[in-house]
Design a protein around this ligand. Structure first.
Ligand SMILES: Cc1cc2nc3c(=O)[nH]c(=O)nc-3n(C[C@H](O)[C@H](O)[C@H](O)COP(=O)(O)OP(=O)(O)OC[C@H]3O[C@@H](n4cnc5c(N)ncnc54)[C@H](O)[C@@H]3O)c2cc1C
Length: 383
């Protein structure tokens, strides 16, 4: 067995919680324009949202492997919680590893309990996949900072108490720009958001942000302004591992629906699942999902061991494999249901766009192929 007994118990317990809510709950929340508050609160109370955080700050003392199990099992039950990728995985990890004592005391217990959420904003309209090009700039202002810039596609800003914004400081000595992270409260003066109209059936919304001379106290800076890139990367491996878990959960849910349908739907002599043209693609989807999970477990294991560099390659590969597996599983599931694949009742068609999120965000399929071409294979760069 690859997972420990505790991890398997966690899987079973979270799966039971997910089953109690189920797809009907999730679909209802989306339909009514609400949020998954009840499930989020219960998962927090049960210790699932902070399972990766240190015990002294209200967490479970586990790792990203455990947090990925939680997200995967909720997704497999039909309740993928996108904010888990952001709030406990990226933001809480960065604060827990690089925050000051007072930032840890202020945020970690609440992020672990689920009573507060934090969004994460790095993407910019003119930078996109090229995050080295971000222009959101932090200027020193007495003891504090003034932050100006724009962000796009930032998830859950409306339901997050604050957003962890990736900006850059201007280094007076070298003139170089360095990335650094700031906690920006939702109601900070000059912090404006506009909801983007997305073709996504999900409770979490995406926002375009304008930071117009947002004044922040010194303690809004997380970690050391000179170690920005390192700190940023510490949050990005969990982000990729968790996006993989998000995709795997979604793929498993879609595959489960398709298998159930193929087992019973009969239009000739045998159920349609007896036809290999239906069975084999589902078997392939299952294999792809299992392989993606294996790579996700590798990425999580390396990360939890403290091997940030080793985890980087595995986490990227896991995100790639899981994104592709989810897209294919959902596509095949829709097809397996014939006309019903496109009905609202079965709810699979809406997952076509949802699954594609894992192919483009937080880092696109092509950028991972670039990374593997350069970092793993040593091929030259074209850009
Ligand atoms: C639902 C959703 C939620 C999101 N949530 C967040 C969030 O919470 N916080 C946040 O900061 N961001 C978030 N994002 C943004 C996401 O991370 C970006 O969309 C993603 O990084 C791609 O950037 P882009 O959209 O600007 O695409 P672009 O960078 O414009 O890329 C467009 C296409 O060109 C390809 N491309 C670009 N450069 C290369 C290259 N060198 N070689 C080959 N191909 C290339 C890309 O792969 C892609 O297919 C979210 C996006 C979505 C869709």
């Amino acid at each position: 067995m690859i997972e420990t007994l505790e991890q398997r118990d966690l899987r079973a317990a979270v799966a039971a919680l997910g089953k109690r809510y189920g797809r009907e709950y999730f679909a209802g929340v989306v339909r009514d324009g609400k949020h998954t508050d009840e499930l989020w609160a219960e998962a927090g109370e049960l210790g699932y949202l902070g399972v990766n955080l240190p015990e002294e700050y209200g967490g479970g003392g586990g790792g990203i492997a455990e947090l990925a199990i939680v997200l995967e099992e909720l997704g497999a039950a039909g309740c993928p919680l996108l904010m888990m990728v952001v709030s406990p995985a990226i933001c809480a990890t960065v604060i827990s590893r690089f925050g000051t004592e007072s930032q840890k005391r202020d945020w970690l217990p609440r992020l672990a309990a689920g009573s507060a959420k934090m969004a994460f904003g790095i993407t910019e309209p003119d930078a996109g996949s090229n995050s080295h090009r971000i222009t959101t700039t932090a200027r020193r202002d007495g003891d504090g900072w003034v932050l100006s810039g724009r962000k796009v596609f930032v998830s859950g800003v409306d339901i997050a108490e604050a957003t962890l914004i990736v900006g850059r400081t201007e280094d007076a000595r070298t003139g170089k720009l360095k990335p650094c992270l700031f906690i920006v409260p939702r109601d900070a003066a000059g912090f404006e958001r506009r909801q983007i109209d997305m073709e996504l059936a999900a409770p979490e919304k995406q926002f375009e942000l304008v930071l117009d001379e947002v004044r922040l106290p010194a303690e809004a800076l997380v970690g050391d302004e000179d170690a920005g890139l390192l700190q940023l990367f510490a949050g990005l491996n969990p982000e990729r591992i968790m996006t993989a878990a998000f995709a795997i959960g979604m793929g498993r849910y879609a595959l489960g629906q398709a298998v159930e349908y193929a087992r019973t739907r009969t239009v000739w002599k045998e159920p349609i699942g007896a036809h290999q043209a239906i069975a084999h693609p589902l078997a392939q989807a299952h294999i792809d999902i299992e392989l993606a999970r294996l790579m996700t477990q590798k990425g999580a294991a390396l990360y939890d061991m403290g091997d940030d560099a080793g985890a980087g390659e595995a986490a990227n590969m896991a995100k790639y494999a899981a994104g592709e597996a989810a897209v294919k599983a959902v596509d095949q599931a829709v097809h397996t249901l014939g006309g019903n694949g496109l009905t609202r009742e079965y709810g699979l068609a809406a997952m076509i766009t949802a699954a594609r999120v894992a192919r483009i965000a937080p880092v696109s399929r092509e950028m991972i192929l670039n990374y593997v071409s350069h970092q793993s294979l040593g091929l030259p760069k074209s850009y």
